[in-house]
Design a protein around this ligand. Structure first.
Ligand SMILES: Cc1ncc(C[n+]2csc(CCOP(=O)(O)OP(=O)(O)O)c2C)c(N)n1
Ligand code: SF4
Ligand SMILES: [Mg+2]
Length: 294
């Protein structure tokens, strides 16, 4: 399969050069690569989206899915997973949708730990509705709805995810397609709920918060919670200076929603024993059995 095989015939109405195009191209590349590697079939993937510029990805990506109300792509995705635990579900949302309307779903999703991926296109703006501030918009952001500027500090969604019990948190840059593809693959392969925050410029609204590439630096995959807290603290979605860490900020393996629910566990494909510890245990047991027989 070629990434272009995942294209549709819908007219692309994103502004020319909008980084949503790069997110779409990266998704097509990773999904088609995984299909070619026979890790999954085309029909194993399913997406949910809601409302916003980002959500037009639903029209441009040839993968099964459902388009939801604003802020409701995530509960719908979890519902899909409960309906068919074998699916590889991805929810694509905007910062407005997930950190405002859908905030409660965001927090609870970490607790459930469904084996799926949440992709947040964070342009620090409600862009489709002409640039009202979202919870991650920087203090002082001037818009038509807040002509005196935003008075509040933005939230830090990464810190919130950590506090809510996240098992996979990564941040990437919509303009760095190689890094984005690497992060998408790791997120899809993670056993549990993977949350990918994409820093995405909007070329029309909240332009002040654009062009942060020079401040970004790549980190190694991190598995320490203490270190993750420090990393998440480095960028507060506000400052015009300081470094922005990019990559897998935290990863841990915990039981998934499908493993916790006995009704769903029955439907999961049986996992092969891969750990050497378990394998050697198996050998010892079979030896014991043999000696008893003697
Ligand atoms: C419950 C609800 N509230 C508000 C809206 C209006 N609305 C539709 S799209 C949108 C902005 C979307 O912003 P975001 O989710 O950040 O996506 P972006 O357009 O920036 O990609 C808003 C406020 C709505 N459709 N439903
Ligand atoms: S308004 Fe911004 S986010 Fe929406 S399509 Fe245009 S550049 Fe992209
Ligand atoms: Mg937005």
């Amino acid at each position: 399969m070629n990434p272009n095989d995942l294209a549709t015939t819908s007219e692309n109405t994103w502004c020319p050069g909008c980084p949503n195009n790069m997110i779409l191209a990266s998704t097509k590349k990773v999904v088609s690569d995984m299909i070619n590697e026979r890790k999954f079939k085309h029909e194993d993937f399913a997406i949910t989206t809601d409302i916003g510029c980002n959500s037009k990805i639903f029209d441009y990506l040839k993968v099964s899915g459902v388009n939801a109300l604003h802020g409701r792509a995530l509960p719908l995705a979890i519902g899909m997973k409960i309906g068919n635990p074998k699916l590889k579900v991805m929810a694509f949302v905007g910062d407005g949708a997930i950190y405002a309307e859908g905030m409660a779903h965001f927090i609870h999703a970490f607790k459930y730990n469904a084996d799926m991926t949440l992709v947040v296109h964070d342009n620090q703006s409600f862009s489709l509705t002409t640039g009202q501030p979202t919870p991650t918009s920087q203090k002082g952001y001037l818009s038509k709805s807040e002509p005196l500027g935003v008075f509040d500090q933005p939230i830090n969604p990464l810190k919130l995810a950590l506090a809510s019990g996240a098992t996979f948190i990564a941040r990437t840059n919509a303009r760095d397609m190689e890094h984005m593809q690497e992060v998408f693959r790791k997120a899809i392969e993670h056993k549990g709920f993977s949350y990918v925050e994409i820093i995405q410029d909007c070329l029309i609204f909240n332009v002040e918060s654009n062009s942060k590439d020079k401040r970004m630096y790549k980190i190694k995959d991190n598995t320490s919670k203490k270190a993750a807290e420090k990393i998440a603290n480095q960028y507060d979605y506000n400052a015009h200076k300081g470094k922005i860490p990019m990559g897998v900020i935290y990863k841990v393996n915990l039981p998934t929603l499908e493993e916790k629910w006995p009704q769903l566990k029955k439907q999961l494909p049986k996992r092969k024993i891969t750990s050497t510890k378990k394998a050697s245990k198996k050998v010892k047991i079979s030896k014991k059995k043999k000696s008893k027989k003697k």
